[in-house]
Design a protein around this ligand. Structure first.
Ligand code: ADP
Ligand code: MG
Length: 238
């Protein structure tokens, strides 16, 4: 569970082609990072995978099933945003429970899942607080907790750490990497930060103007960048 295949996927807004025909196979359980400068289409592609944006042409398969026109809720994916998107008037507990209540999961099971996620994310002592009473890092953990309880087949992160200060960012990077190890679930992680990409990724897809210039492990991109753009972006000596 958790493989995602993009075949000749494109996206246009009016007559502007934001994603050019693009092929990509994301393997079950891998941590893939989409990296590239601002405006190159990373968020748009992530939102297309999530089903929050429709696909102009091409197909998106999730676990070998055509999901191109599937509603977001049926895709089995969970998205974590940079802005956290928490409900300010609800406690941490209720924020995490929200998607489960919507899915009419039994209260006792919801409680178990919350406890487990809270333990994983060091939120046990904060379950009764409101988001406004938390630090930025804690808020991001709540957003991740809300994704975890749904047991998605893949997590989609859109620049989840860009609102945090530098030292916290380094900690959260480690936490997300640890989480990936313990959950063993596919993660697609969007960032414009090369260091984040190089330290977290199993594979990196380097975006530029709606195309992927190169996909490979951090070492491959560093040692064998296919062109000057990749070399410049990854910081390798070519
Ligand atoms: P990134 O996440 O890599 O910074 P985006 O995917 O947000 O880039 O945006 C890619 C391009 O698509 C940008 O030029 C942006 O202005 C354009 N774009 C994104 N969303 C819309 C929209 N809803 N309508 C029109 N243009 C959009
Ligand atoms: Mg973006």
């Amino acid at each position: 569970m958790g493989s995602i295949t993009l075949k000749q996927v494109t996206k246009s807004f009016g007559d502007v082609n934001v994603i050019k025909p693009l092929d990509l196979e994301i393997r079950d359980g891998e941590f893939i990072v989409f990296v590239g400068p601002s405006g190159c289409g990373k968020s748009t592609l992530l939102r297309m995978i999530a089903g929050l944006e429709d696909t102009t042409s091409g197909t998106i398969e999730i676990d070998n099933q055509d999901a191109t026109d599937m509603p977001p809720a049926q895709r089995g994916l969970a998205m974590v945003f940079q802005s956290y998107a928490l409900y300010p008037h609800m406690s941490v507990r209720n924020n995490i429970a929200f998607p489960l209540k919507q899915a009419k999961v039994e209260p006792a099971i919801i409680e178990q899942k919350i406890e487990k996620a809270a333990k994983m994310l060091n939120l046990t002592d904060y379950l009764d607080r409101k988001p406004g009473q938390l630090s930025g890092g804690q808020r991001q953990r709540v957003a991740i907790g809300r994704a975890i309880v749904r047991q998605p087949s893949a997590f989609l992160f859109d620049e989840p750490l860009s609102n945090l200060d530098a030292s916290l960012r380094v900690n959260m990077r480690l936490e997300i990497s640890e989480l990936h190890k313990s959950l063993d679930t596919t993660m697609i992680y969007v960032t414009h930060d090369q260091v984040e990409a190089m330290t977290m990724a199993d594979r990196i897809a380097v975006f530029n103007g709606g195309i992927i210039e190169q996909v490979g492990t951090p070492l491959e991109l560093y040692q064998k960048p296919v062109n000057q753009f990749v070399a410049g972006f990854i910081g390798s000596p070519k």
